[in-house]
Write a protein that binds this ligand. Structure first.
Ligand SMILES: [Zn+2]
Ligand SMILES: [Zn+2]
Ligand SMILES: [Zn+2]
Length: 382
């Protein structure tokens, strides 16, 4: 298809003539003797509608011919493959990538504004030697990068280049048999992002069924659940070896927000980072869980347990002011106090009862234990 000059409203200067398409590994295929067919201004870009140079090639034996469907400027603006519109770096749908990065690129959708925007982007790209995209990948955090890596395929997915399924076969009407260039099989690959999706939605990252599926997968990946009690703003950091100093920790954790208190307990190889806001603590927990390495030592970040959970002891021992350390025994009661007034068994802690976040843990004695009133049974709860 060649467009006549007369019926296109655009300035011909901004038409694109490229030497090679911008493709992902999957679309390019594994054929080393690839013959790329090029048609100058062969079609109009499915996004910006300007004529662009279309490429057509066969990505491998038994595969279907593929062609580029958006222009290079549109491809660069979103950092996507010109053919499948998946992200070039991660092979993920735009919606997933932008969701994880928390970015939304508002490319104007009205004709004139989009043309203006596209031309400006082109100028910026040319000035920067073609390396600028509309996407701020430099601002990506390690955590976002990790999330995207977990979702992406690690190998090119050549099955995506296979011929389309024969629609006659599905209806039981294909008479071409072996000769039929289309696939004779039941649709079985719900992962195929090219199956049923509108090109613009895929490009702009809207209503993408594949993205929804991947986002669900992401939400099932292990992560730290913030504690119900909103007053908890302290994180426990484990595996803090001697090489890691108070300053290292402070420097690292300060990036998420203001730190009210940082306590390093080298003896127990742990530290407690208390933020002034819950928001900062949640951000830090989310971004540092399973990912922090200082001086080559991988730190183990968790939410600190609320103080009310430290039921062992309860004798006024100063050590018990430390937040609970997972996996370590709690502070032992001082022997003489133990003899004087042994604390009785403590009822199980009920979550969500609004126990005070700080301060000494409650000590229950038989006379004041609210859960034991009238029960008369000792230890039956255990
Ligand atoms: Zn375009
Ligand atoms: Zn592709
Ligand atoms: Zn057929």
């Amino acid at each position: 298809m060649t467009l006549s000059l007369g019926n296109n409203p655009y300035n011909r200067m901004s038409w694109e003539d490229a030497d090679f398409p911008i493709l992902c590994q999957t679309c390019l295929g594994d054929n080393p003797y690839l013959r790329m067919m090029k048609e100058k201004y062969g079609s109009e870009c499915n996004i910006c509608q300007r004529p662009f140079t279309v490429f057509r090639w066969c990505p491998g034996k038994g595969m279907r011919y593929k062609s580029t469907i958006v222009c290079q400027t549109c491809s660069k603006m979103k950092n996507v493959c010109q053919t499948c519109l998946l992200d070039l770096e991660y092979g993920l749908p735009v919606q997933v990538r932008d969701n994880v990065l928390g970015q939304k690129h508002d490319i104007p959708k009205s004709l004139v504004n989009r043309e203006y925007y596209t031309q400006n982007m082109e100028v910026a790209m040319t000035e920067a030697g073609g390396s600028v995209s509309g996407l701020d990948l430099l601002g990506m955090t390690q955590s976002q990068n990790d999330q995207l890596r977990k979702l992406r395929r690690h190998e090119p997915y050549y099955k995506r280049n296979a011929p389309h399924i024969c629609s006659f076969y599905l209806k039981g009407e294909c008479k071409r048999g072996e000769e039929c260039p289309y696939r004779h099989e039941k649709p079985s690959d719900p992962d195929d992002p090219l199956s049923s999706q509108n090109i613009r939605d895929r490009y702009y990252g809207n209503n993408d069924p594949v993205a929804d599926k991947l986002m669900k997968k992401l939400s099932r990946l292990p992560k730290l659940e913030p504690p119900e009690d909103p007053n908890i703003t302290t994180l426990y950091v484990g595996n803090v070896m001697e090489a890691i100093t108070d300053k290292d920790l402070r420097d690292f954790f300060y990036q998420y927000g203001e730190i009210r208190n940082l306590k390093l307990v080298h003896k127990q190889h742990c530290a407690f980072v208390e933020y002034t806001t819950r928001q900062a603590a949640e951000l830090a927990a989310d971004q540092s869980f399973n990912k922090v390495t200082l001086h080559g030592i991988r730190l183990n970040v968790r939410w600190a347990k609320p103080q009310s959970k430290q039921k062992e002891g309860g004798t006024g021992d100063p050590r018990e002011k430390l937040p609970f350390v997972p996996g370590l025994p709690g502070a032992l009661p001082l022997p003489e106090k133990l003899l004087l007034q042994p604390p009785m068994e403590i009822p199980p802690v009920h979550l969500g009862l609004g126990a005070p976040p700080m301060g000494p843990p409650p000590v229950y004695y038989p006379s004041q234990d609210p859960t034991r009133l009238g029960s008369g049974k000792h230890g039956s709860q255990y």
